[in-house]
Design a protein around this ligand. Structure first.
Ligand SMILES: [Fe+2]
Ligand SMILES: [Fe+2]
Length: 184
């Protein structure tokens, strides 16, 4: 398997969350009540899975190695565009968090920020994934030797484990501060 295998598989899961996000957007545009648990699950998915785990492997491992290779101007410029998309995705996810938290508490004024974030994310991801899947990933594998590809797959595994440990360390820390500190 090539290192793009796990990355493309992750794209398929990210694509399944986009209709959920669009559906939440339709509910918000009708000012319907949305379940806070759904907002926090989508937000957790975007922060931890899409950004930290998926974009993390792309930026911290694949793109970093590619930077040391004699890439064509076109591939290098596509990679810069992809990194810019990741930054925009992070910004939109933060807006989604903040506006989503206000909306579920009954602040109807948060709906326009929430809808903008949802629109931005659901526009961004399909084009971004399409560029990686069809114009970037496979040609870029040509820059890596078979050994480098095998090492990269191992590094991806180590990265995934580290992200899981990080996620649950963060969950524990917020439970400690929100629950234990309330009981003191
Ligand atoms: Fe990406
Ligand atoms: Fe990706």
């Amino acid at each position: 398997m090539k290192p793009v295998g796990p990355l493309m598989r992750e794209h398929r899961l990210i694509e399944r969350v986009l209709p959920v996000l669009r559906h939440l957007g339709e509910m918000v545009s009708r000012y319907e009540r949305i379940d806070p648990a759904h907002v926090s699950a989508v937000s957790d998915f975007l922060h931890v899975y899409a950004d930290r785990l998926h974009h993390g492997k792309e930026e911290d491992i694949l793109f970093k190695v590619l930077l040391s290779k004699p890439m064509t101007t076109e591939h290098r410029s596509t990679m810069e565009d992809l990194v810019r998309d990741h930054v925009r995705g992070r910004t939109l996810t933060k807006i989604l968090d903040a506006a989503g938290a206000r909306y579920v508490q009954g602040d109807a004024a948060a709906s326009s920020d929430l809808l903008d974030a949802i629109q931005g994310l659901t526009d961004l991801y399909p084009d971004h994934i399409d560029a990686e899947d069809h114009r970037f990933f496979l040609p870029c594998m040509e820059y890596l030797t078979v050994t480098e590809q095998a090492e990269m797959l191992e590094e991806f595994d180590r990265f995934d484990k580290q992200v899981m440990h990080e996620k649950y360390a963060n969950v524990t820390a917020s439970l400690e501060s929100e629950i234990i500190s309330l009981r003191r």
